[in-house]
Design a protein around this ligand. Structure first.
Ligand code: LMR
Length: 396
């Protein structure tokens, strides 16, 4: 019956994480998946989140189906988080937002809308990008191309602009709003401001992915790009996630927002997003949205959360410095300054797939085969061993 069904080749990130779980070596170090671990190597439960959960559970109540578009208070808090509470686009009712199943769910729902209403549009993703971006859009029936983004010398901004200038009108351009995954290298504000007129002139459709809000500079600072786009009057999609920023990975809570030219179009877009959701998974889960709405909406929990995100960001910076220091000591004369300048959870090490394989097989240090290292998996107990292993592999 199912003999013709192909075996699954596995996922470059999630399968690696599973392999790590199966690895019996006790000294193993997981720097593969994009998850923030604390200094004890645990996934933290944020105090702000725990308090919100306790309040929700104490209030009790039934668990009806959530609305297709998600909870109204969660959606409006998300809009304020992304654009700032006073943004004209919010006052004018021009933003269509749905709660979604992580930002992956929102990427896919947005892709459905694009496939239906912009059937001739292909999607352009950065080279490199998150391993799953291509599959997400191709899964919705869209063609996916790449634009140059980064090489060992840094961001290839001119080549990126050339590629986007040559892309057909109404092409969709996927952009990482902060903490680019996998490189950890973002455009500068000057570069973003140079990109905006090109997006406008070519009628391109920006699709922002904001999965690491708070891990770059801060909660509001990391929303600079969507705010700049909205200020410039662009219409665009933005998928955002609370997996990393609230350490809510398994609750699968994110949102999709579409900033539209006017309220009437936003209403239609919202309607079609609902139609897409109903056809794929019907409605989002309740609990994650309740947590998000409460943490963002309650001033005390909000302040607590922002401080907790700040502490996570600081710890990652400390680990960047620690890794940098040991590597510089082990391999003097080599330039490891990229560990200090790259932002967010990831560093792109430039290690080859063969070097990454050796790290895993010989030293039980797990990186993604692209050479992406999750700095948020380092801690004071494993950073030295990681640097020693990397130095051994790099000097071979
Ligand atoms: C990652 O890039 O490692 C994370 O976003 C987790 C995932 O789903 O790939």
């Amino acid at each position: 019956m199912f003999e013709h069904v192909d075996p699954y080749a596995g996922d470059p990130i999630l399968s690696l994480n599973e392999a790590f779980q199966q690895d019996p070596r006790t000294h193993k170090i997981n720097l593969s998946i994009g998850i923030y671990f604390d200094d004890a190597g645990r996934i933290p439960v944020l105090q702000s989140v725990r308090r919100a959960e306790q309040q929700i559970v104490a209030a009790g109540g039934p668990k009806p189906y959530q609305l297709i578009e998600g909870a109204a208070n969660c959606r409006s808090e998300v809009q304020k988080l992304l654009l700032g509470a006073d943004h004209a686009a919010l006052r004018e009712g021009r933003v269509a937002t749905i709660q979604s199943i992580g930002s992956s769910g929102s990427l896919r729902v947005g892709a459905e809308l694009i496939h239906r209403y912009f059937p001739d549009s292909a999607v352009w993703v950065s080279d490199p990008t998150w391993d799953n971006h291509r599959a997400m859009f191709e899964g919705a029936g869209l063609a996916v191309h790449t634009y140059p983004y980064y090489d060992a010398a840094g961001v290839r901004f001119d080549a990126m602009l050339d590629a986007l200038r040559a892309a057909p009108m109404r092409s969709v351009v996927l952009l990482h709003a902060c903490c680019h995954n996998p490189t950890g290298v973002d455009l500068t504000q000057t570069q973003w401001l140079a990109l905006i007129p090109l997006l406008r002139e070519r009628g391109l459709i920006p699709y922002l992915d904001l999965a690491y809000q708070g891990y770059g500079e801060g909660i509001a600072a990391d929303a600079w790009v969507p705010r700049a786009f909205a200020d410039a009057g662009l219409s665009f999609f933005i998928a955002n996630s609370f997996s990393k920023s609230m350490s809510l990975y398994g609750e699968r809570c994110g949102a999709l927002s579409v900033v539209c030219p006017d309220a009437a179009q936003a209403e239609r877009v919202l309607g079609q997003l609902k139609f897409a959701v109903r056809r794929i998974y019907s409605s989002p889960p309740i609990f994650g949205g309740q947590i998000v709405a409460r943490v963002l909406g309650d001033p005390e929990l909000r302040a607590m959360w922002e401080a907790e995100v700040g502490a996570m960001r600081e710890r990652i910076l400390a680990m960047r410095k620690a890794l940098h220091a040991v590597l510089c000591a082990k391999l003097p004369g080599r330039d490891f300054s990229y560990f200090l300048t790259q932002r967010g959870m990831f560093s792109y090490t430039g290690l080859s797939a063969a070097q990454v394989d050796r790290l895993r097989e010989e030293f039980a240090v797990y990186l993604v085969r692209s050479g992406r290292l999750c700095v948020a998996g380092l801690n004071s107990g494993n950073v030295e061993a990681t640097a020693v292993a990397m130095a051994a592999v790099m000097s071979a």
